[in-house]
Design a protein around this ligand. Structure first.
Ligand code: ZN
Length: 318
């Protein structure tokens, strides 16, 4: 009940901001000199598969969200969003991880609408059955409800080894293999196809290592090997990098630059502007998912407009 009241308040506020033109003033203020970079993960035709709802959007909602972004911004490749100052309000689309559904469901929509995008792939997962640990846990438990979500949230704060031990223990307890027989990640053929169709491919490390917790040697290895693998497979080195979980700091930004990348994206909100570092190695992005446009009666254009530009993040900030 409280949830419904909150959505109703949000809906009314968003409607007033959007229709009155106040939101447009906000966009002029925030995005007059820099682009909005949005981040998606998975695009599915139904459900959330094994993933948390915050990284999934349904194909029809995805199309509506893109159409609205196209109405509000000029849609540009990530490289243009970074290097070109001015020139109207610009927006670049990115995808993290390298999910196979990006090729199956997202790509046809992007192609139909003529929109560019950058995909950040986790090279050690490409063409394999490997799953990221939250999906792995949902696979072992064979469900993804609020309880599993709460468990995932609590596991995010424990050391990696403890988490792996817990997953092993759960797999034994539920008599499940640690990995499914089918793959949910892109194959290298699909990555090459996306590249051939004009999409940009960037690195998201080899093993989705949270670099702020890694040794300098491991950071170098993850940055270098993923770059080498992409170069070997696509015959062209990647220019862009996405920090797993968005975890970055100025030392990591310097490592990314040294590894040969030209720019890097985080997962911070668009209102945050990096300090004490070259901003092209810490470009903020806005995460978008099904919930970003959920209103009282389904898709809400005004809620999505406010969410996409980070207006509600700004209201929520500490
Ligand atoms: Zn990721």
């Amino acid at each position: 009940m409280i949830g419904l009241i909150l959505i109703a308040i949000k809906q009314v506020a968003a409607f007033l901001l959007y229709r009155s033109g106040l939101l447009h003033l906000w966009i002029r203020w925030k995005f007059g000199n820099r682009a909005l970079v949005v981040m998606y993960h998975r695009v599915l035709d139904s459900g959330t598969d094994l993933s948390q709802s915050g990284i999934v959007v349904q194909t029809n909602t995805f199309e509506k969200q893109l159409l609205q972004l196209r109405g509000m911004f000029s849609m540009v490749p990530l490289s243009d969003a970074i290097h070109h100052e001015g020139g109207g309000f610009r927006c670049a689309i990115t995808f993290d991880d390298g999910w196979a559904d990006n090729h199956r469901f997202a790509f046809p929509v992007l192609k139909r609408l003529g929109l560019p995008a950058t995909l950040f792939i986790t090279t050690g997962y490409i063409g394999t059955q490997r799953l990221f640990w939250p999906e792995c846990l949902a696979y072992i438990l064979q469900r993804h409800d609020e309880q599993v979500d709460a468990l995932i949230e609590s596991l995010k704060n424990v050391p990696e080894q403890t988490r792996e031990d817990f997953l092993d223990q759960q797999a034994r307890l539920h008599n499940r293999p640690l990995l499914p027989s089918e793959t949910r990640m892109l194959s290298w053929d699909q990555v090459r196809d996306l590249k051939k169709q004009g999409f940009d491919i960037g690195s998201h490390t080899v093993n989705h290592v949270l670099l702020n917790h890694a040794t300098p040697e491991l950071v170098e290895k993850e940055l270098g090997e993923s770059r080498d693998q992409i170069t070997t497979q696509l015959w062209e080195p990647p220019q862009s990098f996405a920090y797993p979980n968005g975890n970055w700091n100025p030392v990591l930004a310097e490592s990314v630059r040294k590894a040969g990348y030209s720019y890097a994206v985080t997962t911070e909100s668009p209102w945050k502007i990096p300090e004490n570092t070259n901003p092209v190695f810490a470009i903020p992005r806005k995460n978008l998912c099904e919930g970003s446009s959920n209103g009282l009666f389904g898709f809400s254009a005004s809620i999505f407009a406010c969410e996409a530009v980070g207006f509600f993040d700004w209201c929520r900030r500490p």
